[in-house]
Write a protein that binds this ligand. Structure first.
Ligand code: FMN
Length: 378
């Protein structure tokens, strides 16, 4: 490949062309389909994102990422975090986020914060607020232990308000939208999941109508705070950090009942978290989770999971088992078939800020392989 081609950001390698077409969500137009997946980095001392965090995101924007979703950033509630260096999305930390937005926009990028409350995933006694007990729908942790009392109505209201406040602040700071972290077994997902939600009131029960009510009220409160045109993404997953085989929905019908109240409440984009994008969600169809969610709701979806990682990198991520080797080919075909609209990339972009530009130019041999050591620096 010539040096000319390497240096020309406008050149799109024909094999990846579908990734580099624009996409609009309401009034927001993204220049391409590549999304930086949210990744907790714990580089914000006492919750304050500094200039290094702004530069970290800027490097991805400069190198052609279409949309950045920030690391999970915690809402204003005493037990929302489980680590002192996870960024806050309230108080003085908002100044740091303002610089992040400024840097990303100056580089031509778009950015959503991922708004987060860890719920029962918090270990009692951990900083930043050791005295604050973990909260969750039934006070049950991800392993099924009763740790605290179930959330009261007033706990529920204060968390809903904190999410809405954070979303309103995101808009004021100039973010291009927000993502609600409703996945991986954290607070909102603890309401969705039967094993952690044993409530018998309007926030629980056997039906998804009850178990989605907390999220529905958060989405509505956020919509009130941000108005009609500000994109709201919701990240969902079947799997939990503690349980890779967990399922909220065993069938497409169940998935449809789960999604219906959330879509009605006003989700604009579903970010469907899977560990491998090529895995079918249900028997009898090749569609992955993002494919099913798009077809059931008609809303745009983001897929994610091992994009650009080869066999070796998959091994380092999880169980030590290698099940399949991936390439970008299947991904591009699925995108062309409109199975989903956007493609989130996590570890490949963490290790290589130039990943999107290298892919764009077809410089595949220059991609930096993911290493666990890369987690040690920004
Ligand atoms: C270091 C690290 C931190 C992560 N933190 C978050 C997070 O804060 N919020 C979230 O929704 N997912 C988080 N994830 C999951 C990623 O967003 C993504 O879904 C996952 O890494 C799979 O994508 P990949 O195979 O491209 O890395 C994290 C993943 C990694 C590797």
């Amino acid at each position: 490949m010539s040096n000319e081609l390497k240096e020309d950001a406008s050149i799109v390698h024909p094999s990846v062309q579908p990734l580099f077409t624009p996409f609009s969500i309401g009034k927001l137009t993204l220049p391409n389909r590549i999304v930086m997946a949210p990744m907790t980095r714990t580089f914000s001392p006492n919750g304050m994102p500094g200039a290094d965090v702004a530069q970290y995101y800027r490097r991805r924007a400069e190198n052609g990422v279409g949309l950045i979703i920030t690391e999970g950033t915690v809402i204003n509630h005493p037990s929302s975090a489980d680590h002192p260096n996870v960024p806050h999305f309230y108080g003085p930390a908002l100044d740091g986020w303002s610089s992040v937005v400024e840097q990303v926009h100056a580089a031509g990028g778009r950015i959503f914060p991922q708004l987060w409350h860890v719920g029962m995933a918090r270990t009692a006694g951990n900083p930043p607020n050791p005295e604050s007990l973990p909260i969750g729908p039934s006070g049950i942790d991800l392993s099924g232990n009763q740790v605290t009392a179930p959330m009261t109505q007033s706990d529920i209201l204060s968390v809903i308000e904190a999410f809405a406040q954070a979303a309103g602040d995101a808009k004021l700071l100039g973010f291009d939208g927000i993502e609600i972290h409703g996945a991986h077994g954290y607070l909102i997902d603890q309401f969705f999941w039967k094993q952690t939600n044993k409530r018998s009131d309007r926030y629980g029960g056997d039906s998804f109508e009850g178990r989605t009510r907390f999220a529905v009220e958060i989405i509505r409160a956020i919509r009130n705070a941000v108005g009609p045109d500000f994109p709201i993404a919701l990240r969902i997953s079947q799997w939990k950090n503690s349980n890779y085989t967990a399922k909220l929905a065993e069938t497409p019908e169940q998935l449809s009942s789960f999604l219906e109240p959330l879509t009605t409440a006003g989700v604009d984009i579903y970010h469907c978290s899977t560990r491998r994008f090529w895995e079918p969600e249900f028997e009898g169809s090749d569609l992955n989770l993002a494919g099913w969610v798009k077809s059931l709701t008609g809303r745009p979806t983001v897929t994610v999971g091992s994009v650009g990682l080869n066999e070796e990198f998959i091994r380092s991520f999880a169980s030590g088992q290698v099940t399949q080797v991936t390439s970008l080919d299947g991904l591009i075909e699925r995108l062309e078939q409109n199975e989903f609209d956007l493609v989130a990339v996590g570890r490949s972009l963490l290790v290589d800020p130039e990943w999107a530009m290298k892919i764009r130019n077809g410089r595949f041999g220059e991609l930096n392989p993911f290493t666990v050591e890369s987690l040690g620096t920004l």
